[in-house]
Design a protein around this ligand. Sequence first.
Ligand code: MG
Ligand code: ZN
Length: 219
Amino acid sequence: MEIAIMKAVLEENDDRAREIEGLLKEKKVLLLNLISSPGSGKTTLLEKTLEHLKDKYSIAVIEGDIATARDAERLEKYQIPLVVINTDGACHLNSMSIKNALDKFNLDNLDLIFVENVGNLVCPSEFDIGESAKIAILSTAEGDDKPEKYPLLFRESELMILNKIDLIPYTNFNKKSFYKDLEKINKDLPVIETSCTKNEGLTSWFEWIGQRIKDGGKS
Ligand code: MG
Ligand code: ZN
């Protein structure tokens, strides 16, 4: 019984995700689904990214949060189109809520939409939202064992950001075993090492975004 319900939920989610995918292709908008645990630095990475790219591209953000608008409040200063989805306890965003959020934007004028998914390494990777790419973000403080423990996210993502690289000396994060594990799960996954507080690696991230927009965006 429960399995049947779960299957129906996922099917409805996938149907709507296919619609979103079609819409984004038609409008040539890149939608990046940022997935990580709480505290990996997603919002800070978004702040750095908006600071750097908001004059170059037309950007909107969808903030997924269980109960608050605290992350969104941090982004208000950039004066970009911003929608908050409060999931009311749910630990992921679904494609139905993303579709509703997209209806509030003028897609003809946008190049890029960031979705800050709810902080959770498990079901945000199971719920397709029609995104152009999933991006896994992991901070070194969380440990090097995460790819092995949550393989789906690392298998599904098209890019991984290893954040807070400056904290490695204060943690037991072992880069060698991290990369060894990751290679077993998804050997083609590019990794960008960043530190948002020390402004390291961010240029590579901006270039990755620029390339994706060049490949499929408005010209
Ligand atoms: Mg956040
Ligand atoms: Zn969930």
